[in-house]
Design a protein around this ligand. Structure first.
Ligand code: FAD
Length: 446
């Protein structure tokens, strides 16, 4: 069986694939692999661009461990603690939460990933006060190399908890994850097109005054698409049941929504990229067109519907977390490189923001962060572009997303994470024989 990831940037031929339906079956699968002298890799939705989930040993697919186990009230915050099977996909989790009047505090761009895969690679959204998914994990259970199930939280197996809530599955296989959810909320989404210089000149204000701010920038275009989402009480603005937010736009609005989401983001983006691939000289014009094509719009909808969107155009991506204080310089350098070389890039950069986080291997650990995602259409070469971007990011102490493409190794990464040695010590104790390893984890963790 040949396994490939969504982006077709990684493939592998596992000796066997198992789909445990219970925690006991999961433990047995790990024990059997160890008896057979094989390595083990859990896999979620295969949406990492890096080869994090690849294995030539036993692939453990958790698609059958998706149950909702319990919903409790956290006495400290009053929020709900929701325990689910680690293989649950984010869209399933979002639906379960919405049915109970709950929501994830923040989400990334899509909802196809498993919760375990998303937290294990440091998946994040945007918002200067709202951290990545791993920051919302309050407890988990992990099946170790000895097949034992260990409950972990800040007060029980605390180091294993820290290393497992963002650890690329190298301390064991997560079987359940407990996340802190918040009361359901809507987002008032404002999409706009603004001059690049204005956005870069007022960046702190735009980021700090919004709940969730990000922007898309088609290379060399002088205008960018800004997305500003404001948290509001459910139904406060449109006065209709949740999900009606987009429908209140009426017929004209529906056409605009279709133009935005299908023509410009999916089918239209595909057409632009195919044209740019066949006729590279058209790319600057296409980028200018794409940057201007969006018309400002505002709508209100439940949070997960605003934050997560379908992404049907296949692409490659490297993304680095850089100190927020230097992101404008980083973007100007990238702009300079793209202009000097005339590289054919008809895909936008995406720039997002996060607060400092305490998770040991979070790319936002200990510093206010800006994320710069460098994306390329899958039919076009990406090597020179990504190399140049990595050099620019590396010069400012950038940290690559664990689930995206990059060339860094443990030597570089150890210098970027103050708790790297704590992580390695905990991993050594949990998995001294490196049962849960592959070529990627050996490169990035040593
Ligand atoms: C179109 C697209 C959009 C994306 N948008 C964003 C975004 O907005 N923000 C962002 O930060 N990232 C984003 N990503 C990256 C993505 O969120 C991460 O790569 C995430 O890990 C994918 O989850 P998955 O379930 O597919 O995990 P996989 O890719 O299958 O696995 C990822 C890692 O998790 C481990 N793992 C999986 N299951 C378990 C388990 N049960 N126990 C222990 N370890 C486990 C695997 O071994 C592997 O190391 C995007 C990716 C794509 C393709």
């Amino acid at each position: 069986m040949i396994w490939t990831n969504w982006a077709r940037t990684a493939s592998a031929t596992p000796v066997r694939q198992v789909r445990p339906a219970t925690e006991e079956e999961l433990s047995d699968a790990v024990r059997q692999a160890v008896r057979d002298g094989l390595t083990v890799r859990p896999v979620g939705a295969g949406h990492s661009f890096s080869a994090a989930a690849a294995t030539d040993g036993v692939q453990v697919d958790l698609e059958r461990l998706t149950a909702l186990h319990r919903v409790e009230r956290d006495p400290a915050t009053g929020n709900a603690l929701v325990t689910v099977g680690a293989g649950i996909r984010l869209h399933q989790l979002n639906r379960l939460l919405a049915e109970r009047g709950l929501a994830m505090q923040n989400l990334g761009d899509i909802d196809r990933q498993s919760i375990a895969g998303a937290v294990s690679t440091g998946t994040h959204g945007t918002g200067a006060r709202f951290g990545g998914l791993a920051t919302r994990v309050r407890a988990l259970t992990v099946v170790g190399a000895d097949g034992e199930v260990r409950h972990c939280s800040p007060t029980e197996n605390a180091d294993l908890f820290e290393a497992s809530r963002l650890g690329l599955g190298t301390t064991g296989v997560l079987s359940t994850v407990t996340v802190e959810a918040v009361p359901a909320f809507d987002l008032r989404a404002t999409e706009d097109v603004q001059p690049l210089d204005h956005v870069l000149g007022h960046l702190d204000q735009l980021v700090d005054e919004a709940d969730h701010f990000e922007f898309f920038w088609f290379p060399t275009a002088r205008r960018v698409q800004t997305l500003t989402n404001t948290r509001v009480a459910p139904r406060a603005e449109h006065g209709r049941p949740a999900r009606a937010g987009r429908r209140v736009l009426g017929a004209a609005g529906a056409v605009r929504t279709f133009v935005h989401e299908e023509v410009l983001s999916n089918a239209g983006l595909e057409l632009v990229n195919r044209t740019a691939t066949a006729f590279p000289a058209t790319t600057p014009t296409l980028n200018r067109f794409a940057a201007q094509a969006l018309r400002p719009r505002t709508y209100t909808a439940p949070s997960h519907e605003v934050l997560c969107n379908p992404r049907r155009v296949r692409f490659r991506e490297t993304e680095y977390a850089v100190p927020r204080a230097v992101v404008v310089d980083v973007l100007r350098e990238l702009d300079g490189w793209l202009r000097r070389t005339g590289e054919n890039v008809p895909f936008p950069l995406e720039i997002r923001f996060a607060p400092a986080e305490d998770v040991w291997l979070s790319t936002a650990h200990g510093r206010e962060t800006a994320y710069v995602a460098v994306q390329q259409y899958w039919r076009l070469p990406y090597g020179r572009y990504f190399d140049a971007a990595e050099q620019i990011f590396g010069a400012v102490g950038g940290r690559p997303h664990w689930g995206k493409m990059h060339t860094r190794d443990a030597g570089y990464l150890a210098g970027q994470y103050p708790r790297f040695e704590d992580f390695r010590r905990t991993r050594d104790a949990a998995d001294p024989d490196r049962v849960f390893s592959n070529a990627y984890t050996r490169r990035v963790l040593g």
